[in-house]
Design a protein around this ligand. Structure first.
Ligand code: NAD
Length: 506
């Protein structure tokens, strides 16, 4: 890797080929020719220029996906054929993993090491759904209510899917949608975040190379307000799978209601990490750091809300503060960088605002709370520890999406549970204890889609992912992630029917 991160970033972006919408197997510019500059968040320098779409571009992509669904045999092919295509795509992602990782890093800011893990996960998600596609069996028979009839339940592709993705895990979040949709036989229009479109464009090239038919996978570039909204509102789209923030998720759900679309929402989180006094504190400290700080805390499941039992509170907080001070920030392409920048300057302003507001409300600054100096112009923010927090603070209730811990004390298991469950979110939670009976009680009592015990932020393709409460609707990954893209059809066939002869005979 180049010693000069700017040169390395330019080289990483140059590897990308086309920078246009991907519609019906071809790259094409926006209808009005508009373009957007894509920035390296670490330097705020332009690394690429891509097409910037609007409603008309979304419509073209939907039309291609509709045609591929309605007028080709794609959804009726044996699922094993689609499994082979997913396996081919996984192999191409593995082949290009290093270059894809560098592209993801210059686009999103995360360290290249993290991006490499992401690419491994993307390939494993493709392979996982290839295996699930092979299991899609024949129609399931039912016991019919008449002797001379046959009833079967068929699982069929849901249709044309709009997939709207966030900037924090551009390719990984896309893979959680694309892989099960291909397995099911759907066609799709994927809209990456306007801030991080690059790895998705490269995915389009790999989709073509893998031999996935034209029109099955399309990419429409642009903002949520223009392209995203057009996808959600289109009557030609059957399903919307959205990953993003709570406010956008509410807007998507409301807009989708007008055409009664199927909607899957993966939204934000405010994820508690509970440290009981009997935990292995040395290990817990490592998991506290790793559970919250990857990608500078810009993870939906970041465990930034610490709940610490009073008797170990001071020891844990002191140790955490000391570790935070030593974290090395810098350009994600530089070896040894432990944390990259936030995605943008507005994001840094927002994070800092949460911190200042908490301090005004009585929190104590134990580490960070300031922009970081790295020699680059990006929105770097020092890992921050706010002690003495309580549940009334906005920093404790709302998703900050930055490297900011809040710490609350508790004195009983019941109090810890009440605090942990006391937000509108229900994405993920973790706790640390050696008490077997408590593990069972607390795992069940936490109202979250994922609960980690003596660990944090472990994801894998077979484990369903999604939120309780306002963290979302539906599930990605696992068998449940495939079910999202399948419709259920009951087919009832009479061989010799016996009509009642009820109407108009007397
Ligand atoms: P965002 O809501 O601002 O944008 C997400 C995507 O939605 C973008 O592509 C955006 O262009 C589009 N969009 C925005 N408004 C829209 C609208 N009205 N109609 C259609 N599309 C619209 O989110 P973000 O800032 O990109 O991502 C961060 C958020 O994503 C955080 O809240 C994070 O917790 C969440 N997230 C959740 C998960 C999960 O699995 N639950 C995973 C990753 C990120």
């Amino acid at each position: 890797m180049s010693a000069d991160p700017r040169a390395a970033a330019a080289a990483a972006a140059q590897w990308l080929g086309a920078r246009e919408h991907f519609i019906d197997g071809a790259f094409c510019p926006s209808a009005d020719g508009e373009r957007r500059q894509v920035l390296d968040p670490a330097t705020l320098e332009t690394i690429a220029e891509v097409a910037e779409g609007e409603g008309a571009d979304a419509e073209r992509a939907i039309t291609a996906a509709r045609r591929a669904f309605d007028d080709s045999d794609w959804s009726r092919r044996p699922a094993a054929e689609r499994a082979q295509l997913l396996e081919a795509l996984a192999a191409l992602i593995e082949r290009d993993a290093d270059a894809l990782a560098r592209l993801e890093t210059v686009d999103s800011g995360k360290t290249v090491e993290e991006s490499r893990w992401d690419m491994g996960d993307v390939a494993s998600v493709m392979r996982y759904y290839a295996a699930r596609a092979r299991e899609l069996g024949p129609d399931a028979p039912l016991e019919a209510p008449a002797p001379n009839a046959r009833s079967v339940v068929a699982r069929e592709a849901a249709g044309v899917c709009a997939m709207i993705c966030p900037w924090n895990y551009p390719l990984l979040q896309a893979s959680w949608k694309v892989a099960p949709a291909i397995a099911a036989g759907c066609t799709m229009v994927l809209k990456p975040s306007e801030l991080t479109p690059l790895s998705t464009l490269r995915l389009a090239e790999l989709v073509r190379e893998a031999g996935i038919p034209d029109g099955v996978f399309n990419v429409a570039l642009g903002t949520g307000a223009r392209v995203g909204a057009a996808l959600v509102e289109s009557p030609a789209v059957d399903l919307v799978s959205f990953t993003g923030g709570l406010a956008s998720g509410r807007a998507v759900m409301a807009a989708a209601a007008r055409t009664v679309k199927r909607v899957a929402l993966e939204l934000g989180g405010k994820n508690p990490n509970i440290i009981f006094a009997d935990a292995d504190l040395d290990r817990a400290l490592e998991h506290v750091l790793e559970g919250a700080l990857f990608h500078a805390g810009q993870i939906c499941s970041a465990g930034t809300r610490l709940l610490v039992e009073s008797s170990v509170h001071d020891a844990l907080v002191d140790a955490l503060a000391a570790r935070l001070e030593r974290i090395r920030l810098g350009h994600g392409l530089v070896e040894g960088t432990e944390m990259g920048p936030l995605i943008s300057e507005p994001q840094r302003v927002k994070v800092n605002h949460f911190v200042l507001e908490a301090l005004e409300a009585g929190a104590e600054l134990r580490a960070g709370g300031v922009p970081a100096t790295t020699g680059f112009d990006g929105a770097f923010y020092r890992p921050t520890l706010l002690g003495g927090c309580d549940a009334s603070m906005r920093a404790v209730q709302e998703e900050i999406f930055g490297p900011v811990f809040t710490v609350e004390r508790f004195d009983s298991e019941a109090q810890a549970l009440a605090l942990a469950n006391g937000t509108v979110y229900g994405l993920a939670a973790g706790f640390f204890t050696r008490d077997e009976a408590r593990i069972e009680r607390v795992s069940r009592a936490l109202r979250f889609g994922t609960v980690w015990v003596n660990n944090f932020n472990v994801y894998f393709a077979a484990a369903p992912w999604g939120g309780y409460k306002q963290s979302g609707v539906g599930r990605e990954l696992g068998h449940a992630g495939l079910d999202e893209y399948l419709e259920t059809k009951h087919i009832y066939r009479s061989f010799e029917s016996s009509p009642l002869g009820w109407f108009g005979r007397r």
